[in-house]
Write a protein that binds this ligand. Structure first.
Ligand code: GLA
Length: 394
C-alpha cells in the first residue's frame, strides 16, 4: 500500500475508529491539447499513479471529513442541511477544502442518487500546487467513495460531469472537463484522447519505447492563474462571437473553425483575439497529429509537436510566464530531449519533457541546474508513471 493510502487509513482509525474501505483517484498530466477543453477541442491527458487516497465508511445522517494533508481542518455536516444548501460557491466557501467532496455529494443528491451519510479520511501524494489536478482528483475520489458505498450508479463520463458541476457551482472555478474526465476514466498505460465537444474518447497506448516523459515542477506558486484563466475564456468567447458575425454557418466552438476561415476573419478580430483563436485552432490540430505520432511510435514528431504547443501557449495564448519558459528552455538545451512544453493551466506548476531514457538522469540534473541559476528555485523532476482511474475501462 502506498504511504498516502496508509496515512488515510491510520487517520480514519484515529478519528472515527475501526476500518474504512480504501479508494483512490489519480491526478493527471496533459500531454497536449492545452486550453482547448473549453473551446470544444481535442485533448490528450494521462491519469497518473499518484493522486488522492481515501478510507471511508457509511454513517447515519451526516458526513464527517478529515484530511491528513490539512490537519485540524475537519468538516461535519448533516445530510439534511447539505441537501438544503444552494449550489453556489458562497454557500460552500465555509467548508474550505471540504467544499470539493461536499459539492460532489450535493450534486449527486440533486440528481436523485440515494446518497447516505459517510465518514471519510483523505490523503494525497500529488506535489501541492503543482497543477497536476489535485482538486479534480478529490472530486472524482468522492464520486468513487459514494458510488462504492451506496451505488454502483456511475460510469466515467457521469462521474466527470458530477465532479465538473461541483467544481463550477460549489468551488466557483469555471474550468473545462478535461481534468475531471481523465481522473475518472483514465487507464494505466494509456493516454486518453478526448473530444471535449462530443465527449467521445479513445484510449491510446502510451508506449514511448526507449523514451521517457519527465514531469518538471517549477515550484512556482500559481497566484494569478484563476483570474487569467477566466480572462482567457472570456477572450475565446469574444473571438468566437466576432468570427460568427462573419461566417455563413456559425460555429458553436472555437475549435470548429478552420485556420483558413480564421484568416478570412482577421479584419473583425483585434490582434490579441486573433492570436488567442489561432492557438485554439492550431492546438486542436496538434493534438490529433500527436495522437497519430504516438500510434506509429514517431517520438521525434511527438516531441516536435510538444514544443510547438509550448510556443503557441507562450506567444499566442500568453499563459506560460518566466518560470515555465525557463524550465522548458533549459530542458530543450539538453542532448536527448525531443520536445518540451508547459502542462495544465500555466503561469507556474509543471512542464513536461520527452527524452531518451538513457539520458533522463543527465537531462534532469542539468535542467534543474540551469533552472536554478536562472530563477533561484529548486525544481523537482520525476518520470511520468501512469495509473488507473476508478471508472476507467480500456
Ligand atoms: C486547467 C483546467 C482544465 C484545462 C487546463 C488547460 O487544468 O482545469 O479544464 O482548461 O487548465 O488546458
Amino acid at each position: 500500500m502506498s504511504s498516502a493510502a496508509n496515512r488515510a487509513a491510520a487517520l480514519f482509525k484515529s478519528e472515527f475508529g475501526g476500518e474504512g474501505r480504501g479508494f483512490f483517484a489519480p491526478g493527471r498530466v496533459n500531454l497536449i491539447g492545452e486550453h482547448i477543453d473549453y473551446n470544444g477541442g481535442r485533448v490528450m491527458p494521462c491519469s497518473l499513479s499518484i493522486g488522492t487516497y481515501a478510507a471511508a465508511r457509511r454513517a447515519d445522517g451526516r458526513i464527517r471529513l478529515v484530511s491528513a494533508d490539512l490537519p485540524g481542518q475537519n468538516a461535519e455536516v448533516a445530510l439534511d442541511e447539505l441537501s438544503s444548501l444552494p449550489l453556489t460557491p458562497g454557500a460552500f466557501r465555509r467548508f474550505g477544502w471540504a467544499a470539493y467532496p461536499l459539492g460532489v455529494a450535493a450534486q449527486l443528491i440533486i440528481r436523485g442518487y440515494p446518497v447516505g451519510g459517510f465518514d471519510m479520511a483523505v490523503c494525497g501524494d500529488l506535489p501541492r500546487g503543482s497543477g497536476l489536478s489535485s482538486s479534480a482528483s478529490l472530486e472524482v475520489l468522492t464520486c468513487a467513495v459514494l458510488d462504492g458505498l451506496y451505488g454502483p450508479w456511475l460510469d466515467g463520463r457521469q462521474a466527470a460531469e458530477v465532479s465538473l458541476a461541483a467544481e463550477h457551482e460549489c468551488a466557483g472555478v469555471n474550468c473545462g472537463i478535461m481534468d475531471q474526465f481523465v481522473c475518472a476514466a483514465g487507464v494505466k498505460g494509456h493516454a486518453l484522447l478526448l473530444d471535449t465537444h462530443t465527449l467521445d474518447f479513445e484510449y491510446e497506448p502510451f508506449d514511448l519505447d526507449g523514451d521517457v516523459l519527465l514531469i518538471m515542477n517549477t515550484k512556482k506558486p500559481r497566484k494569478l492563474t484563476d483570474s487569467k484563466y477566466n480572462e482567457r475564456r472570456g477572450e475565446c468567447d469574444e473571438a468566437l462571437a466576432a468570427i460568427n458575425s462573419v461566417l455563413e454557418t456559425p460555429r458553436d466552438a472555437l475549435c470548429a473553425v478552420t485556420l483558413g476561415e480564421l484568416d478570412a476573419c482577421r479584419a473583425v478580430l483585434s490582434p490579441v483575439l486573433f492570436r488567442r483563436a489561432r492557438h485554439a485552432v492550431t492546438e486542436n490540430e496538434r493534438t490529433l497529429a500527436a495522437a497519430q505520432a504516438l500510434r506509429r511510435g514517431d517520438n521525434a514528431e511527438l516531441g516536435r509537436l510538444l514544443t510547438a504547443s509550448h510556443d503557441s501557449l507562450r506567444y499566442d495564448y500568453e499563459v506560460t510566464g518566466g518560470h515555465l519558459d525557463a524550465i522548458v528552455d533549459a530542458a530543450l538545451m539538453q542532448e536527448g530531449v525531443l520536445g518540451a512544453r508547459m502542462t495544465g493551466a500555466g503561469f507556474g506548476g509543471c512542464a513536461i519533457a520527452l527524452c531518451r531514457a538513457d539520458r533522463a538522469g543527465d537531462v534532469s540534473r542539468e535542467t534543474a541546474r540551469v533552472y536554478l541559476e536562472k530563477t533561484g528555485i529548486k525544481c523537482e523532476i520525476i518520470p511520468v508513471q501512469t495509473g488507473s482511474s476508478p471508472f476507467g475501462k480500456a
